[in-house]
Design a protein around this ligand. Structure first.
Ligand code: 3EB
Length: 323
């Protein structure tokens, strides 16, 4: 007789102020993220300092919570936590110790792959990647292209059935630092693509030797939330509105709404739809904030200083839509 799997309620993601220790002490806390050089240190495997500066004061932290007791630990360079069928894992590597961006990305993905497989949490649903100087180098020599090579090599055939949703952003911290963290589950999600955009893994050769390996979004196993990948002003495979911030924001919004429709969700974002917005130029942050306040009143938004992986793109948005 087939036994129905337990429903997996999506982790709740919030942005809030307060102390990391306080958030870590709450029941069901799977992960806490501090942003920027002013974020506190905390000696807990569930806590990660992300090397992106926030444009908000006080700087919010991001908190992930599940409806179950949570275990956590470290395993070599990995830190992890697990509860209720969900797994968080993070790795922070120094490129100088591993031979550059490609070899480091490969190692990070090999380690994460090994770990999720060993813990029966093979369904990697969502991944974030933060690397330094992402746009340095021309054409095929750009560091992002090397990252894409190493990521694909480290993934191997593990994602043969389809890629996770993802974000890849350039940070302004120690430029040799690569941070990768993920959310996995013991049940599969469902990938969502954007009909306005060429799937990233099918991008033509002009964007690099190795096309970026990610899905545009992921419906979580319980169908109660959509994890939205980094979304920018890409139409077809081309970047639209080079160097026009307002037009890129409008195009990004059309892409976000198209993704929601493609995922079978009602339109719009609400007070339970936390979004992260990555802004290339600090001088653009106030304008981006105004745009978001006007277009997404009441929606929790974290505004972060980061480089988008194509140098002509000025802004990118990722996040969550709960059903
Ligand atoms: C794009 O649409 C913009 O390499 O993991 C967005 C999300 C982008 C994820 C990645 C890249 C990635 O192609 C760039």
């Amino acid at each position: 007789m087939q036994i129905d799997p337990l429903p997996r309620r999506a982790p709740r993601v919030s942005y809030r102020t307060g102390t990391a220790a306080g958030a870590l002490a709450e029941a069901g806390t799977l992960a806490v993220f501090g942003f920027g050089s002013g974020s506190p240190a905390a000696d807990d495997p569930r806590y990660v300092r992300v090397a992106l500066e926030s444009f908000d004061a006080p700087v919010p932290m991001e908190v992930w919570q599940v409806d179950a007791p949570v275990n956590c630990g470290t395993d070599g360079a990995l830190q992890w936590s697990a509860g209720g069928g969900w797994l968080f894992a993070a790795i922070d590597l120094d490129e100088r110790e591993h031979g550059g961006p490609s070899a480091t990305a490969r190692l990070a993905y090999e380690q994460l792959h090994r770990f999720v497989t060993a813990h029966d949490m093979q369904h990697v649903l969502r991944i974030w990647n933060y690397l330094g100087a992402i746009n340095r180098g021309e054409g095929d020599a750009e560091r992002y292209k090397h990252f894409c090579d190493g990521r694909a090599a480290g993934m191997g055939d593990f994602f043969a059935e389809g890629f996770p949703a993802a974000t890849a952003i350039g940070h302004h911290g120690d430029e040799h630092g690569l941070q990768v963290y993920l959310l996995a589950c013991d049940q599969p999600g469902q990938r969502v693509e954007n009909p306005r955009q060429v799937s990233a893994w099918r991008y033509p050769r002009q964007y690099g030797r190795t096309p970026p390996s990610f899905a545009r979004a992921m419906n979580l196993p319980g169908r109660d939330a959509l994890a939205i990948s980094g979304t920018a002003a890409v139409v077809g495979h081309a970047s639209a509105h080079h160097d026009d911030l307002d037009a890129q924001l409008e195009e990004t919004f059309i892409n976000l709404e198209t993704l929601l429709a493609s995922a079978g969700l009602a339109a719009g974002f609400d007070t339970h739809s936390p979004l992260k917005t990555y802004v290339r130029h600090a001088a653009d942050a106030p304008r981006v904030r105004d745009f978001l306040r006007h277009r997404l009143p009441g929606v929790p938004v974290l505004l972060l200083h980061g480089d988008i992986c194509r140098s002509e793109l000025l802004v990118e948005i990722d996040g969550w839509r709960y059903v």
